[in-house]
Write a protein that binds this ligand. Structure first.
Ligand code: FE
Length: 253
């Protein structure tokens, strides 16, 4: 840990996964996690966030990177809490940003200088691999969870799956889930309304359970550490009813 509020989720020689401190504490904007992976001489920031936190996240990222270079930005989907400050990041660093091919023409509405637009690259629907100085980061499809073009990032060294909005929680105490059932109070309501439906959840479980996962790290709220919690999350996701499964309810039915 470089200071009291950044959390090192994993560390091994030449490899580090850091969850940055919450720069929006008490603000109007929804709490959001910014994650960084550093491997060798290269770094990637995941879902860097919007303008309100931009300068703080940028300086914390550069501090974490040390002599490593920010090579990539990963944008799980198109929401403002993820992509709003993309232009700033591309203007101040040499990083290349990746987001779903569905959204590369929409992100520029947040303002993208001509100078940097060639560094916002599309991810095809089936995903891809991003080479972080020799570490193959896998981009995993998680479509309709919640965005129609939606991806997660798997780091094979730390065995962390960065799940974006899937697994997100609001208002949970602590950055780590301890009791899965108790944690559902902070997670179920969000998933019921934001996630597209159980069919999307099941398709994701089928894909994600092929991975060797130690930690699920969402973009909001607490992380799920250890295979027991990961397994519990899969079992929950497999049967959880959400979105289209309960569509009448959202019309007041
Ligand atoms: Fe979102």
């Amino acid at each position: 840990m470089s200071n009291a509020t950044n959390v090192t989720l994993f560390e091994a020689p030449g490899h580090k996964n850091v969850l940055l401190e919450d720069f929006n504490k008490g603000g109007l904007a929804v709490q959001a996690n910014q994650h960084i992976i550093i491997h060798g001489k290269a770094g990637i920031i995941l879902d860097p966030g919007g303008h309100k936190v931009y300068s703080k996240v940028l300086s914390a990222t550069l501090q974490q990177l040390g002599s490593a270079k920010l090579q990539y930005m990963f944008l799980s989907h198109q929401d403002p809490d993820i992509v709003a400050a993309t232009n700033g990041w591309l203007m101040t660093t040499d990083a290349t940003a990746y987001c779903s091919a569905l959204w590369t023409r929409f992100v520029p509405h947040f303002g993208l200088d001509r100078l940097v637009e060639t560094r916002l690259l599309p991810i095809p629907d089936h995903g891809m691999t991003i080479d972080l100085d020799g570490c193959p980061l896998e981009v995993i499809p998680a479509h309709f969870l919640h965005s129609p073009g939606n991806f997660q990032l798997y780091d094979p060294v730390s065995k962390i799956l960065y799940t974006g909005d899937l697994g997100a929680s609001l208002g949970a105490p602590g950055y780590e889930v301890t009791d899965f059932e108790a944690h559902r109070a902070y997670m179920d309501g969000f998933h019921a309304r934001y996630m597209a439906g159980n069919a999307a959840m099941r398709a994701w479980v089928k894909r994600a359970s092929k991975l060797d996962i130690e930690t699920l790290a969402p973009q909001h709220g607490s992380v799920f550490k250890g295979k027991d919690l990961v397994e519990k999350f899969f079992r929950w996701a497999e049967t959880f009813q959400c979105g289209l499964d309960m569509i009448d309810k959202f019309y007041g039915g």
